[in-house]
Design a protein around this ligand. Structure first.
Ligand code: IFM
Length: 436
């Protein structure tokens, strides 16, 4: 496999999943602190209180990133470190942590790719309605402006939101994630406010005239029909609408999908003049997080049913389907391009064990290799894919699964905080050498 010379290789993480230090240097409470400390919400009662202790060990972690030989490191900022109440008083000490991290990355020649929002909303804003409150979008814009001012041109790539579907649906629709609300209507309200937040940050960024790339990251899934029966095809269209097009269409076309009539009935009254223009402000690239495909059919009442694929599944019970990343890239390119694309997350959880100080994670290594091959195939077939980030650098706090699901290419012993490069990391390192 030989990727283009200017292709960007990276590894990715997110603030709440790795930082720990939740009470240090003036950080405010986030919805994930509150949620993870609520009994029954997270497997084994795990919390992000310590996580990978990255807040204190960031230099060691940057050294590992350097050793891998990647070009870029994608991480997110914890909004409540910077504005402990979400709005109002700024906390320079919180920002200083990210300045130290960015300095260290630049010192090591690694390009910082920063996500502004990877789910850790300040709890104080949730207390005012969170993403159900339109004001949150404006608070997000103010937070983004402060970050742009403080970190400015030292950042290579900006990402406004990570996976708004997860924030909206898992957070407000089915309640699996913080803040744990369960309402279909709320999912849609949150969707619009999140997209508005993205649009407002985009506008502010362009107004500031900053030269670096900025985009949004969506978790997209290629969907395949369980059969060619009309009812299955109809279910497929609906599933694709609620997972993919409900974010892609507003961002690229400035409108919500017309076939989702029940969703539109909720969203349309929320749209204020100018909203859709903001949401569809041109982005420099689209970030795509890909993990698996969906096989969709209908039940006897026409409801969407997810079928199980025949290939091996990961520890998340997600089917390994590398061709899906190719199909997805082609589809986005065809339906929404031309637009540069980045795979901002791809990876797999497996039950890793340490034997004689080593972690032989052949399944993860093979998962990565097979997905790389499909990415290269997409590039060769004309898709403007410019970057790929492995999820994740480190084993970390996997949200409602706590520390039970390991996605890292670097093993973390959470009792001692020892890091061990797994076989997949060593292979990735060798692979990167062949690309130089
Ligand atoms: O760990 C998450 C990440 O925070 C967002 N994308 C999916 C990953 C695996 O579930």
């Amino acid at each position: 496999m030989k990727f283009p010379d200017n292709f960007v290789w990276g590894v990715a993480t997110a603030s709440y999943q790795i930082e720990g230090a939740v009470n240090e240097d003036g950080r405010g409470e986030s919805i994930w602190d509150r949620f993870s400390h609520t009994p029954g919400k997270v497997l084994n009662g795990d919390t992000g209180d310590v996580a990978c202790d990255h807040y204190h060990r960031y230099k060691e972690d940057v050294a590992l990133i350097k050793e891998l030989g990647v070009d870029s490191y994608r991480f997110s900022l914890a909004w409540p470190r910077i504005f402990p109440q979400g709005t109002g008083e700024y906390n320079p000490k919180g920002m200083d942590f990210y300045k130290r991290l960015v300095d260290e990355l630049l010192k090591q020649g690694i390009k910082p790719a920063v996500t502004l929002y990877h789910w850790d909303l300040p709890q104080a804003l949730e207390d005012k309605g969170g993403w159900l409150n339109r004001d949150t979008a404006y608070y997000f814009r103010d937070y983004a402006v402060k970050v742009f001012q403080e970190l400015g041109t030292s950042i290579d790539t900006w990402i406004t939101l990570n996976e708004p579907w997860c924030s909206a649906f898992l957070g407000y629709g089915n309640g699996h994630h913080a803040p744990g609300k369960t309402s279909e209507t709320d999912f849609l309200v949150a969707t619009h406010n999140l997209l508005l937040a993205h649009g407002l940050a985009m506008e502010a960024y362009r107004d500031m005239g900053l030269p670096q790339k900025i985009g949004i990251t969506l978790n997209l899934s290629p969907y395949y029909p369980a059969s060619e029966k009309p009812e299955d095809l109809k279910a497929l269209q609906r599933a694709d609408g609620f997972q993919n097009r409900i974010y892609l269409d507003p961002v690229f076309k400035g409108k919500y999908p017309e076939d989702l009539t029940d969703a539109l009935a909720v969203i349309e009254p929320l749209i204020q003049p100018g909203d859709m223009e903001l949401i569809s402000k041109p982005i420099d690239f689209l970030g795509i997080n890909y993990y698996t495909r969906g096989i969709i059919g209908a039940d006897k009442d026409g409801n969407v049913v997810h079928h199980r694929g025949e290939n091996p599944h990961t520890a998340m019970d997600w089917e390994v389907y590398p061709e899906g990343i190719y199909d997805l890239l082609q589809r986005v390119h065809k339906d929404y391009g031309p637009i540069p694309l980045q795979i901002t997350e791809n990876g797999a959880a497996y039950e890793d064990t340490v034997v004689d100080g080593k972690v032989e994670d052949e399944e993860r290594r093979s998962y990565l290799e097979r997905h790389f091959a499909q990415c290269l195939r997409a590039i060769e077939d004309g898709v403007p894919l410019e970057a790929y980030f492995v999820w994740s650098l480190l084993d970390n706090f996997e949200w409602a699964w706590g520390y039970d699901r390991r996605f890292g290419i670097i093993y973390v012993d959470f009792a001692t905080q020892e890091r061990i490069m797994k076989r997949s990391a060593l292979w990735f390192k060798d692979f990167l050498r062949t690309q130089r």
